[in-house]
Ligand binder design. Structure first.
Ligand code: UDP
Ligand code: MG
Length: 326
């Protein structure tokens, strides 16, 4: 229909869905994605060779069995495929694995999307249109955060603010719901770091980008697979894998302490001359603790980076694919 006006032809689209213990939502997710892709195929906006690729992140429940069943069931006509990691390697790693698998299968574009249906399936239409109009990367940006708890909203806001202060370019209010074309995926495949933070890496790729707005729903079923501990570790990865600002802050803090200690020295000498040394015990005790604490914090930050250098220097594989359908 309208496809002829576009500079690009209908893409071989892969929808990549990371799944960790998602047996409760998979039947509904697959149903909605199948409906969406079939309708796009019917309108000739995506190629009939398009697929849904479930990337299983070492789930402990029946997730992988469900994916296999979807793949094997002739009723779905080969629409569903999947890979399964040998371990739980985390959202970012399994997503990367899924995107790379899609690239290897010769996709023209891949959309990454959460399994829990928080990302709006209907935004796929607009993403595909943006691709057809020539965009290399299309970000799904949520227009509100009302379905989040106040805690998650507050921490997310603080996080994005901190990230931009630290010099990491992110697209605010966009998570990992985005379309990338083969060229952008090819560029992404060259990033070999162990601490993956896709929300920072993808904007740093450049290319022609655009945004699609959508309303983020609540998780369809089951519980969040992102407890506070995983959120904190994602935030730390996001900052340390892009920025050495914390290291510079340690240096600045160190300099401030040197200045303070000089003032303290003057104070101590004056007190000594006036013969009131015993009275200084409290301040001395406080400053010892304070400086000790500051040193430990600083060492901790330095340690974060040293630890990361250690991890990167091993060049370990980020994940191991245990099984691949097709
Ligand atoms: N996920 C994953 N591995 C993990 C944790 C999460 O693959 O170790 C997937 C999960 O199955 C979902 C997506 O990442 O598809 C986002 O997770 P979730 O919805 O639990 O996070 P939230 O929306 O609560 O931040
Ligand atoms: Mg979710």
């Amino acid at each position: 229909m309208t496809a002829v006006e576009h500079p690009r032809t209908a893409p071989r689209l892969y929808v990549v869905v990371p799944c960790y213990n998602e047996e409760e939502v998979l039947p509904e997710t697959s149903r909605r994605l199948e409906k969406k892709l079939r309708s796009l195929m019917g309108q000739r906006r995506v190629s009939p060779e398009s697929r849904v690729l479930f990337a299983n992140d070492g789930s402990k429940d029946r997730t992988w069995e469900l994916i296999r069943e979807l793949h094997d069931d002739p009723a779905h006509d080969g629409l569903f495929t999947g890979i399964s990691l040998a371990h739980n390697r985390g959202h970012q790693n399994v997503l990367f694995a899924g995107l790379m698998s899609a690239l290897e299968h010769g996709c023209d574009a891949a959309i990454s999307m959460d399994a829990d249906l928080q990302d709006d399936v209907n935004a796929i239409d607009e993403m595909v249109d943006a691709y057809l109009d020539g965009a290399n990367i299309v970000y799904g940006v949520r227009n509100d955060r009302e379905t989040d708890t106040r805690f998650k909203r507050g921490t997310a806001e603080a996080f994005y603010k901190l990230m931009s202060r630290m010099g990491t370019e992110t697209v605010p209010n966009s998570a990992d719901f985005r379309l990338m074309d083969a060229q952008a995926l090819q560029a992404l495949s060259q990033y070999g770091e162990a601490n993956l933070f896709l929300r920072g890496i993808v904007p740093s790729l450049g290319f022609q980008t655009t945004k699609v707005y959508y309303k983020r729903a609540e998780r369809f079923a089951g519980e969040s697979k992102y407890p506070l501990s995983k959120m904190v570790s994602l935030a730390i990865d996001g900052i340390t894998s892009f920025s050495v600002t914390p290291l510079r802050m340690v240096t600045i803090a160190g300099s401030v302490f040197v200045v303070i200690s000089l003032l303290a020295l003057v104070y101590a000498l004056v007190s000594l001359a006036m013969g009131t040394t015993v009275g200084g015990w409290t301040s001395l005790l406080i400053s010892i603790w304070f400086v000790g604490g500051a040193i430990m914090v600083s060492l901790g930050i330095v340690g974060e980076y040293v630890g990361r250098i250690y991890l990167e220097s091993k060049h370990r594989p980020r994940y191991i694919v245990a099984e691949e359908l097709d």
